[in-house]
Write a protein that binds this ligand. Structure first.
Ligand code: ATP
Ligand code: MG
Length: 274
């Protein structure tokens, strides 16, 4: 299962400490930040010490979703104006966050200092938590791919829309070829009928079986974690800048995210995670 060393910038063996999960999608606006924040709260409720890193470094909006107005962000940590401890913020929901700045052109590309700082950041936070979620930006920029490469596991989020699926497929393909990842997790968001998520996962897997191999021939197998229905409470919670799982805990979408948290926890230890 482990990729050959030449394929991956990350070590095949997971170091001790937190499990790192990158949440990515290819397409923008499909629910990465919604899932990162609410999954963190669901995992925290199940007893985990969780940190969410906003790795959408130039266009951050985890702060908006959580209604936090950080004085200190990762930008200040990276420039040496603040310590990491100063930038870690308690979020409603019982987890912690490292927020990013917005409108900062220096994070549109992966420069050697940003690469170095992100890697160092991961090494520092890993021993302090059970789980670190990395909320990435959209697209397949070098900065997104690098943020994903730092994680032990990757969760790809798609919606049933053909464009979102095409982008999720492209993401999984690039991650297989570039990072040797053969076990990406999948969440289908904004489903509109029962069974739609499962149907999407089956079709997605068929396309992967036909067209995607890691360079050493290994096939790619999706790990479906569940679906989140299209649910008006999601938008209502975002409008109020509150967490869905706290404000509407009985809603279909919140319950779906709870189930995803449980499945993720049950998966721990059962697979290499890559
Ligand atoms: N299950 C859902 N039901 C209803 N609306 C949803 C659902 N999931 C997401 N949305 C809507 O989509 C919006 C965008 O979600 P979110 O910000 O999490 O996407 P993103 O993938 O992080 O976007 P970006 O690529 O810009 O970072 C939400 O604010 C919400 O209004
Ligand atoms: Mg986002």
């Amino acid at each position: 299962m482990n990729p050959s060393p030449s394929l991956s910038p990350v070590p095949a063996e997971r170091p001790a400490g937190a499990r790192l999960l990158a949440i990515t999608s290819g397409k923008g606006g499909v629910g990465k930040t919604l899932l990162s924040a609410n999954l963190a709260a669901a995992l925290a409720r199940q007893g985990e010490r969780v940190l969410v890193i906003d790795a959408d470094l130039g266009l951050a909006n985890l702060d908006v979703v959580l209604n936090l107005q950080p004085r200190t962000t990762l930008h200040e940590v990276f420039t040496g104006e603040a310590t990491l401890e100063e930038a870690v913020v308690d979020a409603p929901g019982g987890f912690q966050v490292l927020l990013a700045g917005s409108g900062l052109i220096e994070y549109s590309r992966l420069t050697p200092p940003v690469r170095e700082q992100l890697a160092q950041l991961i090494d520092t936070v890993r021993p302090r938590y059970d789980r670190v979620l990395i909320d990435t930006g959209a697209g397949l920029s070098d900065i997104v791919l690098y943020a994903v490469s730092l994680a032990d596991e990757v969760l790809v989020i798609a919606t049933p829309e053909p464009t979102a699926l095409a982008d999720a497929y492209a993401t999984v393909k690039v991650l297989a070829l570039q990072q040797g990842r053969t076990r990406p997790m999948l969440v289908v968001n904004q489903t509109q009928r029962r069974g739609e998520g499962q149907h999407v996962a089956v079709q997605f897997q068929l396309v992967l079986d036909r067209f995607v191999r890691r360079p050493d021939g290994e096939t790619v197998t999706l790990q479906p974690l569940g679906d989140i229905p299209l649910d008006p409470t999601v938008r209502q919670a975002v409008q109020k800048r509150q967490l869905l799982v706290l404000t509407y805990p009985g809603s279909d979408a919140a319950r779906a995210i709870d189930d995803i948290a449980t499945r993720l926890r049950n998966m721990a230890g059962l697979q290499s995670g890559r």
